[in-house]
Design a binder for this molecule. Structure first.
Ligand code: GDP
Length: 372
C-alpha cells in the first residue's frame, strides 16, 4: 500500500484510496493520528461500542495529576447507589484548582417517593465531610436521560476554552452520560463520533469534539476499585445484585437475635436492641432470607449457592467466606449500614442498636447518615 501503516485496531494495511475496500482510512486521519485506525475500526470505536478501558491505580494517578497540571473542567461522576464506593478521594486531591462538576448518577434507582431535595442536601453534606470543594452538584439518570441538560448547562457555564475531563470509577455510567451529552451537543445518535484513542500510552483517553466550544470532551478510563461487591461477583451474579429500576425497600421488623441474609453475599445479625424495623435497599430481585441468629451459621453452611444465592458457582471463592463487622448505633439520626455495591440497610430506630454485618473479605462496610 501507499503507506507502510497498519491499523492499530485490527492490524490490516491501511489504504486511503478505495472507500469501500478493507483498510480504508481518510488521508487526513492517517496523517493526523499517531496511532491510525482503519475506518471500520474507527466505526467500531463509535463511542457506544468502545469497550470500557481500565487502568491500574498508578495509571490513574498519572492521568489525574496531568489534569491538575493544566486548565481543565472536571466532570466527576459518582453512583448514587454506591456513593462512597464510587467517590475516589484522589480525584479531588489531584485536580488542583480546576472546577469540578459533581454528577450523581443513577437517581432513577432511588424509590419513587424519594425527596430529591433532601438527597441533594445529603450529597452536599457528604461532600463537605470529605473536606473538598465541588462547584456544582447535579443529580441525574444517564440511562433515563434525566437532567443531562443540567450537566450540559453547567459545562457550558464553566468550560471557557478548557477541555472537559469526565472521570469516575468503572460502572458509574460514564459512557452512558457521555453519549447523552454528545447527543445534546448535536452529535447524531448512532452516527460516527470523532473519537481518538491512543492505545498503549499512559494517557489512555478518548477525545471528542464539542461543536459549541474550542475545548474537547475527554473520556478517561474507568477507575478500577476492589472494595465493591460489584467488582468481585461474576457477570451473571452482577445482574442479580444490580438494580434495574426503582428500588422497593423491604422492611423487616426484627427482634434481637434475628438475622437477615442478603442472598449469600451478606449477613446482617441483629444482636442487641429493641424490636424495630430495618429497611433493606438492594436490587429488588435479590432474595432476602430471614432466620434466627442461632441458626444462621448452619443455614449458611448448608444452603449457600442454593437458597442463599448469589454467589453462584461461577463466582470466585473469596465470596464464600464472610468477615464480621461489628457496628453499634446510638440514638440520633437514622443511619444506613452500607455494603459497598450491594446496597444498604436503614436503621430508623433511635435506640442503642448492636449489629454484626458479615460481608466477603475486602468489601467495604460502613455507616452513614440515612440517604432517604
Ligand atoms: P461506565 O463504566 O462508567 O462507562 O458505565 P456505563 O455507562 O457502561 O454503565 C454501567 C452500567 O450502569 C450499565 O449497566 C448501565 O446500563 C448502567 N447505568 C448507567 N447509567 C445509569 C442510570 O442512570 N441508571 C441506572 N439504573 N443504571 C445506569
Amino acid at each position: 500500500s501507499e503507506f507502510d501503516l497498519t491499523c492499530t485496531g485490527c492490524g490490516i494495511n491501511i489504504q486511503t484510496e478505495e472507500k469501500d475496500q478493507p483498510g480504508y482510512a481518510p488521508l487526513n486521519s492517517v496523517v493526523e493520528r499517531e496511532y491510525p485506525v482503519c475506518q471500520r475500526c474507527y466505526r467500531i470505536k463509535h463511542y457506544s461500542d468502545v469497550a470500557p478501558v481500565t487502568l491500574d491505580n498508578e495509571g490513574f494517578q498519572k492521568i489525574l495529576r496531568d489534569i491538575g497540571k493544566r486548565p481543565a473542567l472536571v466532570v466527576k461522576v459518582v453512583d448514587l447507589f454506591d456513593f462512597a464506593g464510587s467517590w475516589v478521594k484522589e480525584i479531588n486531591k489531584y485536580v488542583g484548582k480546576n472546577p469540578i462538576i459533581l454528577v450523581a448518577n443513577k437517581a432513577d434507582l432511588l424509590p419513587k417517593v424519594t425527596n430529591f431535595e433532601r438527597v441533594e442536601f445529603w450529597l452536599k453534606k457528604e461532600v463537605e465531610k470529605q473536606g473538598v470543594r465541588v462547584d456544582d452538584i447535579i443529580l441525574i439518570s444517564a440511562k433515563k436521560r434525566i437532567n443531562i441538560d443540567f450537566v450540559k448547562e453547567a459545562i457550558d457555564a464553566r468550560i471557557g476554552n478548557k477541555d472537559v475531563y469526565v472521570v469516575g470509577t468503572a460502572n458509574v455510567g460514564k459512557s452512558t452520560l457521555i453519549n447523552g451529552l454528545l447527543n445534546l451537543y448535536g452529535h447524531e445518535e448512532g452516527a460516527e463520533i470523532t473519537t481518538s484513542r491512543y492505545p498503549g500510552t499512559t494517557l489512555s483517553t478518548i477525545r471528542m469534539d464539542l461543536p459549541e466550544h474550542s475545548g474537547d470532551l475527554i473520556d478517561t478510563p474507568g477507575i478500577m476499585t476492589k472494595h465493591r461487591l460489584t467488582d468481585l461477583v461474576c457477570a451473571k451474579s452482577l445482574r442479580d445484585i444490580t438494580p434495574d429500576g426503582y428500588i422497593n425497600p423491604k422492611t423487616y421488623q426484627l427482634n434481637d437475635q434475628q438475622t437477615l441474609f442478603l442472598g449469600g453475599l451478606a449477613r446482617f445479625d441483629y444482636v442487641e436492641g429493641p424490636k424495630q424495623g430495618f429497611s433493606v435497599y438492594a436490587a429488588n430481585q435479590l432474595n432476602v432470607h430471614r432466620t434466627k441468629l442461632e441458626r444462621a451459621d448452619e443455614l449458611y453452611a448448608n444452603h449457600l449457592g442454593t437458597l442463599l444465592l448469589p454467589p453462584c458457582e461461577d463466582c470466585p471463592d473469596t465470596l464464600r467466606s464472610l468477615v464480621p463487622h461489628r457496628i453499634t448505633l446510638k440514638s440520633g439520626h437514622p443511619q444506613d449500614i452500607v455494603i459497598s455495591g450491594l446496597g444498604w440497610i436503614t436503621v430508623r430506630g433511635m435506640h442503642y442498636t448492636s449489629v454484626v454485618v458479615h460481608a466477603p473479605k475486602g468489601v467495604e462496610v460502613h455507616t452513614r447518615r440515612a440517604l432517604i
